[in-house]
Design a protein around this ligand. Structure first.
Ligand SMILES: [Zn+2]
Length: 57
């Protein structure tokens, strides 16, 4: 479709570990939320890095 299509979703939820965009949400201003994508590759990467409490938010 058109390349100029704009989304009303200004809030973006990204994985605090790998930076993957998990989802977008409607907010009244640009905001970034950090969450956890729970992708297996992301979880495993965290384990390899020895990050603390990989399954505890
Ligand atoms: Zn991730």
């Amino acid at each position: 479709m058109g390349s100029n299509a704009r989304s009303l979703e200004l809030g973006v939820i990204i994985c605090k570990h790998c930076g993957t965009i998990i989802d977008t949400v409607n907010t009244n201003r640009v905001q970034t939320f950090y969450s956890d994508c729970m992708e297996e590759s992301c979880v495993l990467a965290r384990l390899e890095q020895g990050e603390e409490d990989p399954f505890i938010f």
